[in-house]
Design a protein around this ligand. Sequence first.
Ligand code: GRF
Length: 233
Amino acid sequence: MPFPLAVLVSGSGSNLQSILDKIDAGHIDAEVRVVLSNKPEAFGLARARQKNIPAIALPHTQFPSRADFDAEMVRVINAHGVAAGTGAVLLAGFMRMLSPEFLRAFPQGVVNIHPALLPSFPGTHGAADAAKYGVRLAGCSVHFVDEIMDHGPVIIQAAVPTLPGEEPGALAARILKLEHCIYPQAVAWLAQGRLKVAGRHVVASGTGQASCGDDALPYLASPALEPGFLPST
Ligand code: GRF
């Protein structure tokens, strides 16, 4: 049976799309059972509906507390066949912190993508913060989610060189392109049961050390991206 996934979005949902595309292409043996958003206008919901995936808006402002909102999300996710141990919850631009109760419902089953090389530049504006800081290597990280923002064990990261004078938006776009490679790759490993977590360390079994790009799209990803997940330039 394809690995059941729930995806939480708050915005455009381009990372959701990258995962759906890799499922369609046969590179990930998983099924997105439901897409949830705290923002009814999130384009990610439209992307799901276009593929006949249940897309549910749950405006957090309509709930008396974070605990109530999170409890309803857990209920909806479970009702769509995504449960602890047998499926996972993917955060794809979901702009809300999750409560300890939510995380306890899916132990080691919640994954996030962040547009910076963690632990540098956690928070809402990771790519822009890195650009403003003047780092020479920026990038993105996929990690398991724990109770601290952008903090849990790292599954895969990709680094990109920054360019002098480059607008933060242009850097963010180059990083996003790699997000669309490393997030589907991490989900494929998860669906294949190849990720083991020991403390802060994640081992992805059978992976290569690193893969790198070229002048058209310079990057270094570790562990190595597998065929089917390499960026197209
Ligand atoms: C991405 O940059 C992701 O890393 C961050 O939020 C953004 C979401 O983009 N967490 P999208 O909604 O997937 O297009």
